[in-house]
Design a protein around this ligand. Structure first.
Ligand code: FES
Length: 94
């Protein structure tokens, strides 16, 4: 994927991953909230956290940790590689 500027969020559909550009730092986490089925790419980003749009749980974009209820389980995080202008997310295949 390319053209992911500061403040931008992009969703990858398969597997569902949300990629965030926070002031030039790239983070990739599972796009599915661990509390229910909300899409975290539609959430509000505040610093290096994202707030679930459905019930407001906050997740750390760096670690995936659930910081506030109602979510208690972390979301999976993925490594992001920047090559030239393109952004790649490393997903392990089964
Ligand atoms: S679905 Fe995300 S906090 Fe409930």
């Amino acid at each position: 994927m390319s053209e992911l500027g500061p403040g931008d969020v992009r969703r990858i559909d398969t597997p569902p991953i949300a990629v965030f550009n926070v002031e030039g730092a790239l983070f990739a986490i599972s796009d599915i909230c661990t509390h229910a089925e909300a899409s975290l790419s539609e959430g509000h980003v505040d610093g290096q956290t994202v707030e679930c749009p459905l019930h407001g749980a906050c997740f750390d974009l760096r670690t995936g940790e659930a910081l506030t209820p109602p979510a208690t389980e972390p979301v999976q995080v993925f490594a992001v590689v920047l090559q030239d202008e393109d952004v790649y997310v490393e997903v392990e295949s089964d």
